[in-house]
Design a protein around this ligand. Structure first.
Ligand SMILES: [Fe+2]
Length: 146
């Protein structure tokens, strides 16, 4: 159970970092494809943002405390922030790479939740896996050179 809690906290911080990065790109995208990228990153951070509160409450349901400071998020997150202003295509490529990391973490925590019969949590994680598979598809399609 301790390992599940620790890994769920890392997933939570990584999920928050991904959310913030997509929002940062939504804010700072420039160039001729601005409208498409601005909208796309907007819907991406919006969807992921909706998972933050329920994920924190799953941590509380395991009788642990949800991390909530930038210092803790940096310490726990497996996803790095970005201080640069890349092109829209490079932004999408970085988010695709991060999204794949999130999927790996989600599947790992899902298996740990199943192993200790935390079925509500595993059900929630299944839904998040499906959502991030869809994000992967859209990010892959966006970054494909045609
Ligand atoms: Fe906005």
């Amino acid at each position: 159970m301790e390992e599940l809690i620790e890994d769920l906290k890392k997933l939570f911080a990584s999920n928050y970092a991904f959310y913030l990065k997509a929002q940062y790109y939504h804010w700072n995208i420039e160039g001729p494809d601005f409208p498409q990228y601005h909208e796309f990153f907007g819907s991406l951070y919006g969807e992921v943002g909706g998972s933050i509160d329920p994920m924190a409450e799953h941590i509380r349901a395991l009788d642990a405390y949800a991390p909530g400071s930038f210092a803790r998020f940096v310490a726990l997150s497996g996803i790095e922030g970005d201080d640069t202003i890349p092109t829209g295509l490079a932004m999408a490529a970085r988010l695709l790479e991060d999204n794949e990391k999130l999927l790996t973490m989600l599947i790992d925590v899902y298996r740990k939740a199943e192993a200790v019969d935390r079925l509500g949590l595993s059900n929630f994680l299944q839904d998040r896996i499906e959502a991030h598979r869809k994000h992967s598809w859209m990010l892959r399609a966006t970054t494909k050179r045609v």
